[in-house]
Design a protein around this ligand. Structure first.
Ligand code: ADP
Ligand code: MG
Length: 192
């Protein structure tokens, strides 16, 4: 099935989640992510501001902050994402497309992030990801050769066995949902 029809099917399904369901499953998925040794040992973590029933990330922010980790959020730059340091959630403001974006000025390279949490429309068991079709994360992480851990965060129904993947598609190390922790087994060598 081509990427676009999978996107439409998944987005329709996610749109229909009740707010309470979205909230409770988000809490479980975040708790699962917080239990990974990769998150626990990370000193710098990248999060995202959820839109359209993406898994919430507030709990990740609170725990990361209480543990003194450096936290970054993505902002849409000229044609790619930039990652900006956020010390307090008041430093997030409505940007383009109604997404809460960081207003700060400390921009770090993606390669400085130890653990990057990535939203998506669908993920597969090899760590491939379907976004909204603009390739923002693919471009931002194209040169991220084996540096930090890349973790997809989504609901169970968004995980498929195999997605169509192109050469430019990034591959993630972990996929976390409310009931699964998938270690994709991605080999660093695979990225070269
Ligand atoms: P998404 O990852 O958001 O689901 P796609 O993987 O379909 O979207 O990518 C959308 C477009 O982004 C691609 O057709 C391609 O033109 C562009 N793109 C993705 N990665 C790169 C890259 N590393 N360099 C240049 N263009 C890219
Ligand atoms: Mg892609």
């Amino acid at each position: 099935m081509p990427k676009q029809s999978i996107r439409e099917r998944m987005l329709a399904k996610r749109r229909h989640l009740a707010p309470a369901t979205c909230f409770s499953r988000s809490l479980l998925a975040q708790r699962r992510l917080l239990q990974t040794p990769e998150f626990q040992s990370a000193r710098t973590v990248g999060l995202y501001s959820p839109i359209m029933n993406e898994v919430f990330t507030e709990t990740l922010f609170e725990v990361a902050r209480s543990e003194g980790k450096k936290i970054l959020y993505p902002r849409v730059g000229s044609d790619s994402l930039e990652f900006v340091v956020v010390a307090d959630r008041s430093e997030l403001a409505h940007g383009r497309f109604g997404v809460l974006e960081p207003v700060g000025e400390i921009v770090l390279a993606a390669t400085d992030i130890d653990f990057l949490v990535i939203p998506g429309v669908a993920f597969d068991l090899s760590g491939f990801r379907l976004g909204y079709g603009k390739g923002y994360y693919d471009r931002a992480l194209a040169h991220q050769v084996g540096r930090g851990v890349l973790a997809g965060l989504c609901f169970d129904f968004q995980v498929l066995e195999r997605l169509p993947a192109e050469l430019h598609d990034i591959q993630l190390d972990l996929v976390l949902t409310e009931s699964r922790t998938v270690n994709t087994g991605k080999q660093t060598a695979f990225r070269h």
